[in-house]
Every structure is written in structure tokens, then in C-alpha cells.
Design a protein around this ligand. Structure first.
Ligand SMILES: Nc1ncnc2c1ncn2[C@@H]1O[C@H](COP(=O)(O)OP(=O)(O)OP(=O)(O)O)[C@@H](O)[C@H]1O
Length: 299
């Protein structure tokens, strides 16, 4: 695997790698996906965020062609995953939440074994390096830690040089070093033009890797935007906080400078005690979008 140094990644193209229109899915009459529309461009890294049970895995499995849908149009690399054949499957890589390999083989044997299923597999040595498993190549899969198993799953998912790779919570259980190693792998895949669709609960991961983030809640995509533009209306709101005779005062405003001017005019000879101006970060915005407990933003 080659490293990309400090070169910027190539821009995603205008060509769609996948499109989803009106995707619906129910389990036992309970709606999990309630009309999802989504387009991921070729070469793009797209992160799907959402709380537990929001339907991320269901959506990704429909796109992988391993789960049926009740309604909607889905096109992935030009084909409907529900009917696409082996040639199409060879063009996608899958890292699911489940176990990716049997327990009896070693890491090296596992990668060598699955290499035979691909026309032009990445070399086992490169994969071991890329996911940081070189020192564990002789370890049986049964003896790997949870985080090491995730690394092996990631290696297997990208082994066949897929055009499009689906990663469902790829870094769950990984230690911070392994996560950063994984991030580097994703940057390298993206630099090579691979389209990446991942789900994650880590907002820093989405911010670090994704060109765009989609937030799914109550069966719908409630917002799609680049990470630093997510919840733009919410982010415009600043909170000005200060101590007034020992009691905290707080004002939410789109014009914090005006509030500060008034405050400074009231304190001509000294500091405003406890003064702070903050804006919501990605986590605050996310919590607002999924309706989970962050403070309301006033107009
Ligand atoms: N095979 C199934 N049969 C019945 N219900 C299911 C099935 N698979 C998932 N569900 C339910 O559908 C909802 C969405 O599940 P899904 O796994 O797609 O969510 P998720 O967003 O991936 O969650 P998490 O972040 O916890 O992985 C959940 O309430 C789950 O219990």
C-alpha cells in the first residue's frame, strides 16, 4: 500500500456511485426506514450517523444486496443490488458488524485463503501492514482481541480492491492507535478513487474522514452536509455567558458582538466576570438533529 503524504485527496466526481430514492423498510409492521433519499458520488467518503436503532445497518445492508426492501429505487454501481450478480459483487467491499472469518485459521492463512476469491487481490503483506496486524499474522483468529478482529474484517473488506466499500461501524472496539491507522487506510483508499460509505458513532471520525455526513433519525435522513456545515442554522447561534452579581446570565444570539458591546458598556472600568462566547460544535449539532437532549436554540 502506498502512502499519500501531504497531497490533498482528489475531489469526488459528479458521477453517482449510488442513488437511493424513497427507500422504505419495515420489520414486523414497524417502520425502520421511512423514505430515505441519498446520493453518494463516485470517489466520495460519506459517513452515515445516527443513534442506535436508527436504521443505518438496515440501509447499508439493502445497498449491499443482503437485505430486502419494501419500497424504493436503489442503484449501486449502476445496478439494483437486489438482483445484481457476482460481477457486481466483486466490485464492492463489505465490512459488516458480524464476524468476518472463521476462528481456526491464522490471520495470514485467512487473508491468503480469501485472496483466492478476488481477481487482483491486494497482497497479504500490504494488508497486514495497512491494518497493523503484521505482528499478529501467525495468531489464530479465535485468539484475536475484538479490536484486532475489526482490523481483520477491514483488511478482508478491501482485499479485492473494491470500487465501493461499505464499512458498518468499522472502528468499534479499536484502540486509538488502531483507529488512526484505519483513518490513514481510508484516506489512502479515497486517494486511489475508492468510494467509501461508512457508519459510525464517532463524530470525530466522521469529521476527520467524510466529505459529507448524513444524519439518520426516525427512519429519515434529517440532514446531509459536509461535517463543518452540518446544522448551519444551529451553528450560527452563539451563546454569551457571564456572571452578574454572582448569578450566571446567558443569551443566545446570532449577533454576539452586539451583546458584547452592551456588556462592555455596562462594565466600563473592568472585566466582565466569567465572560465566554461559545458556538455549538459537531456533537451539539448532532444531538439537536437527532432530537436528543441538547438545549433548544431560540431565534
Ligand atoms: N432482522 C430484524 N428483524 C426485526 N427487527 C430488526 C431486524 N434488524 C434490525 N431490526 C430493528 O430495526 C431497527 C434498526 O436496526 P439497525 O440495525 O438498522 O440500526 P442501526 O442504526 O444500525 O443501529 P446501531 O447503531 O445500534 O448499529 C432496530 O430497532 C432493530 O432492532
Amino acid at each position: 500500500m502506498t502512502t499519500t503524504g501531504l497531497q490533498p485527496p482528489p475531489a469526488a466526481t459528479d458521477r453517482a456511485a449510488l442513488t437511493v430514492r424513497g427507500l422504505r423498510k419495515q420489520y414486523a409492521g414497524r417502520s425502520v426506514l421511512d423514505g430515505v433519499d441519498l446520493e453518494v458520488r463516485a470517489g466520495e467518503c460519506f459517513a452515515l450517523l445516527g443513534p442506535n436503532g436508527a436504521g443505518k445497518t438496515t440501509a447499508i445492508e439493502v445497498l449491499e444486496g443482503v437485505r430486502s426492501r419494501d419500497a424504493g429505487e436503489v442503484t449501486v454501481l449502476g445496478e439494483d443490488p437486489a438482483t445484481a450478480g457476482r460481477a457486481w459483487r466483486a466490485r464492492i467491499g463489505v465490512v459488516s458488524q458480524g464476524e468476518a472469518a472463521g476462528p481456526a485459521l491464522t490471520v495470514q492463512e485467512t487473508l491468503d485463503h480469501f485472496a483466492a476469491y478476488h481477481a487482483t487481490p491486494r497482497s497479504t503483506a500490504d494488508l497486514l501492514d495497512a491494518v497493523g496486524l503484521a505482528d499478529s499474522s501467525g495468531t489464530r483468529v479465535a485468539r484475536l482481541s475484538g479490536g484486532q478482529r475489526r482490523r481483520l474484517a477491514v483488511a478482508l473488506g478491501v482485499q479485492g480492491r473494491p470500487e465501493l466499500v461499505f464499512l458498518d461501524e468499522p472502528t468499534t472496539g479499536m484502540d486509538p492507535v488502531a483507529r488512526r491507522q484505519f483513518w490513514q487506510l481510508i484516506r489512502e483508499l479515497r486517494a486511489a478513487g475508492t468510494t467509501v460509505l461508512l457508519t459510525t458513532h464517532y463524530l470525530d471520525e466522521a469529521a476527520e474522514l467524510a466529505d459529507r455526513v448524513g444524519v439518520i433519525a426516525a427512519g429519515r435522513l434529517v440532514e446531509v452536509a459536509p461535517p463543518d456545515e452540518l446544522g448551519a442554522a444551529l451553528r450560527r447561534q452563539a451563546t454569551v455567558r457571564w456572571l452578574d452579581d454572582g448569578a450566571w446570565r446567558e443569551v443566545r444570539t446570532e449577533q454576539p458582538a452586539a451583546v458584547l458591546r452592551d456588556l462592555l458598556a455596562e462594565h466600563p472600568h473592568g472585566e466582565v466576570p466569567g465572560l465566554a462566547v461559545t458556538r455549538p460544535g459537531l456533537e451539539d449539532v448532532y444531538l439537536q438533529l437527532v432530537g436528543a437532549g441538547a438545549p433548544e436554540v431560540d431565534a
